[in-house]
Design a protein around this ligand. Structure first.
Ligand SMILES: Nc1ncnc2c1ncn2[C@@H]1O[C@H](COP(=O)(O)OP(=O)(O)OP(=O)(O)O)[C@@H](O)[C@H]1O
Length: 959
């Protein structure tokens, strides 16, 4: 469980199982989401920040705006800032008399900040010595009494960074220079030494002084020229792949639409061309570099030490370790090129970019590894320069890395540090681990890593693995994250415009994938990153920025290099449009809220709030949906599942149908794909319940397993049943079409022609922009884009392309898209639609049609299926019909239109209804936005406001 609950009371919401990243109740800003009636009646009082805290505005990028440095505001730790910080990392503490003091004491007991830890000599600080210092620090601190411990916290000035203390250095410890030989440790020592934070400090220091190096690709490799920020990214990536001691690779976190894909393609080309050159010179050396992929094989034992017996399966040499009899295929695993893992919806786009942006002469061989007929031969994968696949297939084929047993560790630390079990999180339910601890190798991989039955992707050693839209693995407990972590690779990259969406914890998953030591260990991540933020948000976030600096490159659309914006995109205007309910809608909503209120009160009175987590989420879902259209609330099942599924349901034994129906009707659980209460719920043959759209999206085009953690049932689209389809079977009316079922009230707002206030507003916006005569006016702000990137971003009104103004309309609910469709038909719009229930080919067709057919002016998109990766620059208006829990998902959606290639000013309308749950979601989004800005050191506009000094770094790493 991600949230570490150290409150002694039996507070209800905090310990709810099955909470998820996106779920509102997991966030400690719960009180912002639940209506006041819900929070007021909670039996346990929670402490929350009464005022908005002050945030740090440090720098996270080398390439920042030319602003002068503003030292961050110093806030009293006992004030709102610290309580905010506590919320950021999901702490809570009891609000009794000494609640806060007690919390701090316990936090300090659990993980002393580095500033209180003795330093080991560089290179000697392996994991055990780290633990020793951790213990001894506690031992020395614990000799003091509690008030002494609190003293460290309250007398914050004693531990402030020098830059915040009139430039007086507090640490007498010498720090090593960039030229220190430590920086050039041999390969064998690198891993051990990387666990030393001192190296991270040095990298950050070096980075601070680093000039804006640009790499130039040899002529003839790409069909377009790289933009300046892309050339800088290329130089940075080359350095990270070859000259970094932390991990080979990193996080390219540029804003959506700045060209991360092309930057990666340039990296692949650059490295290939370098190889080609040196191949001529030294073939042997190349073999060693390209094929010695076992460097990253963490279960590996040098071949010379093994006395193995060999056999061969599928062209892969299988080795039986003579001592353990464990079968492995570490040796001779085919050495393959670059694996790109991305959401299914952008698979084809990657293929297109690889085809179009690379010259014919420097052609890269590309395999789309997707679909039921994909090859089973590892050697086949190894033939290609680039293999493209999806997260679903990786999840399916790669044995999962063991779960991080943080609860376990917490308990051990609690016991070791004398913390009462009341404060340990060990009471919480542990998610099942697929592997037993005893079977794990030294780095926690499952023994079945060597299972010859694992999929083809796992039987290859990759030279490079790129996770596109890497936020997909943000929850390190999920199967997808654990599978990606197990991929064998020499170099690793995460691409994401929004790497943090909900909580700092999400970074841990990337660090783990990247092998970014010491933070790839959950305990170190907590003690070195999470806890310092909890204790002092200003310093904690500054340190995080420094840590990120060593492996992350992030530029936003507002980034300036040498006084020049990195890209001249047309402006983007976001309007929050407050829609007023009609009187009927208001009455409907108020009634619904009143019902939810009394229901919640009943749970609270019975002390069963936490048992009713899913019910409460459902109440929230209904309130959210009521803001869109009352019909969404009443309609239980409005989408037909596929014909194959309806046919299959008819063939099932009656008893099985009844059981599945019961499961669908009575089990209130969250959908394990989107982590919300299922919309248009469907049940799988194995009895798991999902949103129809989510499970369809997951299963698109793949023979797959059930997405529920721990369930390995094979699943096809025909084994997913809607309530309507099952009911038909039970009542014997097996020939009916489930989609035509209607269960609605016949009140006026439930009538078919009733169009909600939000839909009416959306249509008005579309009428005014897409049907207006201005469509072809010269007055549009246009930017020339003719494929020649040397002209990218230049404004030239004479070359304005003429074309219709188009819009994308997003909703998270397919039911809402259905209702909007009807309104569009009535108003005579031509539109396309993209949602998770469609095949990849159908989605691709819809995007192409929208982008190229001048008659089609509206694209209806599901936020869940269409917010990532797609290029939809034909649209210059975006309408968001409903709000998502975190703002980054909305940003992603908006940037489908606001990206390189956009020629017009982009207008975004976010529709919300006043005095509803949506007000509270907006406040929650604001909190999350601030947390992300603090972590990256960005201001609200996405620019970097100030940068870390050498003193800051020295202080932050306690050197
Ligand atoms: N140097 C360039 N020359 C020509 N076109 C470019 C260049 N760089 C990027 N583009 C185009 O800009 C668009 C956006 O690029 P890309 O899809 O790589 O962005 P991204 O950062 O990966 O975005 P997202 O995070 O949304 O996936 C693409 O259509 C791409 O072809």
């Amino acid at each position: 469980m991600d949230a570490i609950d150290i409150s002694s009371d039996d507070s209800d919401l905090r310990e709810i199982d099955n909470y998820t990243d996106e779920s509102p109740l997991r966030d400690s800003a719960t009180s912002r989401i639940l209506p006041s009636w819900a929070t007021d009646s909670r039996p346990t009082q929670k402490v929350s920040s009464p005022t908005r805290p002050t945030y740090l505005n440090g720098a996270s990028s080398n390439y920042h705006s030319n602003r002068s440095m503003n030292p961050p505001t110093i806030t009293d730790d006992s004030g709102p800032s610290s309580s905010r910080a506590i919320r950021d990392v999901n702490f809570e503490y009891s609000s009794g008399n000494d609640g806060r003091k007690h919390f701090l004491q316990q936090t300090l007991k659990r993980a002393l900040p580095t500033s209180l830890q003795p330093l080991d000599l560089p290179g000697s600080q392996n994991r055990q010595s780290h633990e020793r210092s951790y213990q001894s620090a506690w031992a020395s601190s614990s000799r003091g009494n509690h008030s002494e411990l609190v003293l460290y916290e309250n007398k914050g000035s004693r531990v402030l960074p020098p830059s915040l203390m009139h430039r007086k250095a507090t640490s007498g410890v010498q720090y090593t220079s960039v030229n220190d030989p430590l920086h050039y440790l041999g390969t064998a020592e690198e891993r051990a030494a990387a666990a030393d934070e001192r190296l991270i400090f040095q990298a950050a220091l070096q980075d601070l002084n680093q000039p804006k190096v640009e790499a130039r690709l040899p002529e003839g490799l790409l069909s377009v020229s790289l933009l300046r920020h892309q050339r800088i990214a290329l130089a940075w990536m080359l350095q990270k792949e070859t000259g970094s001691v932390h991990c080979s690779g990193g996080i390219l976190a540029d804003d959506q639409g700045l060209g991360k894909t092309i930057s990666m393609i340039a990296l692949i080309q650059m490295q290939r061309s370098a190889q080609d050159k040196s191949k001529a010179k030294d073939l042997d050396a190349i073999k060693a570099e390209a094929l010695n992929l076992d460097d990253d094989d963490e279960n590996g034992v040098p071949a010379s030490q093994e006395t193995d017996q060999c056999g061969e399966i599928d062209g892969v040499e299988v080795i039986t370790d003579a001592r353990t009899s464990i079968k492995g295929f570490r040796r001779r695993r085919p050495a393959a090129g670059t694996l790109v893992v991305c959401p299914a919806s952008v698979l084809r786009q990657w293929a297109r970019e690889l085809d179009e942006k690379v010259t014919d002469d420097a052609h890269l061989s590309v395999l789309i590894y997707h679909g039921g007929s994909r090859t089973k031969k590892p050697a086949e994968l190894a033939k290609y320069d680039v293999v493209l696949t999806t997260y679903a297939i990786v999840t399916n084929e790669v044995p999962k890395q063991a779960l991080v047993e943080e609860d376990d560790d917490d308990q051990k630390n609690g016991e070791r540090f004398g913390i009462s079990s009341d404060f340990s999180s060990s009471k919480k339910r542990k998610k099942p681990s697929l592997s037993k601890r005893g079977k794990k190798g030294r780095t926690g991989f499952d023994a079945d890593d060597f299972d010859p039955n694992c999929g083809t992707l796992a039987k290859v050693s990759w030279f490079r693995v790129i996770l596109d839209e890497a936020q997909t693995i943000k929850n390190h407990r999920t199967q997808v994250a654990r599978a990606c972590c197990s991929l064998r690779a020499k170099r690793r990259w995460c691409l994401s415009g929004t790497p943090i969406q909900n909580a700092i914890d999400e970074l841990f998953s990337y660090f783990r994938f990247l092998r970014y030591d010491p933070y790839a260990e959950y305990k170190s991540f907590c003690s070195q990153i999470k806890f310092p933020i909890a204790i002092n948000s200003i310093n904690g976030y500054k340190k995080l920025q420094a840590i990120l600096r060593a492996i992350m490159l992030r530029r936003t659309k507002g980034t300036v290099i040498d006084g020049e914006p990195i890209i001249n995109l047309p402006p983007k205007t976001i309007q929050l449009k407050k829609v007023a309910f009609s009187s009927e809608e208001r009455a409907f909503y108020n009634k619904l809220e009143a019902e939810s209120r009394s229901q919640f009160k009943a749970y609270a009175a019975a002390g069963t709030v936490k048992q009713n987590y899913a019910n409460i989420l459902l109440m929230l879902l209904r309130l959210r949906q009521a803001c869109d259209h009352p019909k969404l609330v009443k309609r239980e099942s409005y989408n037909s599942v596929g014909r194959a599924s309806s046919e299959m349901a008819k063939k099932l034994p009656k008893e099985m149908v009844e059981n599945l129906l019961k499961q669908l009707e009575t089990s209130l659980v969250t959908c394990s794909v989107c982590d919300d209460v299922p919309e248009d719920a469907v049940v799988t043959m194995c009895g798991h319940v999902f949103c129809n759209q989510c499970v369809s999206d997951y299963l698109t085009g793949e023979d797959n397993t059930c997405p529920t953690p721990g369930c390995r049932e094979q699943l096809g689209p025909e084994a997913v049943y809607s309530k309507a389809a099952l009911k038909k079977c039970v009542t014997g009316d097996v020939n009916g079409d489930p989609s035509s079922l209607s269960e609605f009230d016949e009140k006026s707002i439930m009538e078919n022609e009733y169009s909600s206030s939000k839909i009416r507003t959306a249509i008005e916006i579309l009428e005014s922009c897409c049907k207006s005569k201005d469509t072809y006016l010269e007055s549009d702000i246009l930017v020339q884009f003719n494929g020649d990137s040397s002209n990218l971003g230049e404004r030239d009104s004479e070359l304005q392309p003429k074309g219709p103004i188009k819009a994308i309309v997003f909703s998270q609910w397919t039911g809402m898209l259905n209702l909007v469709e009807r309104a569009l038909n009535q108003s005579g719009f031509r539109y396309e639609r993209l949602d998770g229930t469609m095949s990849l080919a159908a989605r691709d067709r819809a995007v192409k049609e929208f982008n190229t057919n001048p008659e089609v002016t509206v694209m209806l998109m599901s936020l869940k299926a269409g917010n990532l990766g797609l290029n939809m620059v034909a649209a210059s208006h975006v309408i968001l019909l409903d709000l998502w829990w975190n703002p980054t998902t909305e940003d992603q959606a908006i940037d489908r239109a606001h990206r390189i290639g956009q020629t017009r000013a982009v207008t975004v309308s976010r529709l919300t209804v006043k005095d509803t749950v949506e007000d509270r979601i907006i406040a929650l989004q604001e909190d999350k936005r601030n947390m992300v800005a603090s972590a990256f050191g960005e201001d609200q506009s996405g620019g970097t406001a100030s940068r870390l000094t050498v003193e800051d770094l020295r202080y932050l790493f306690n050197l």
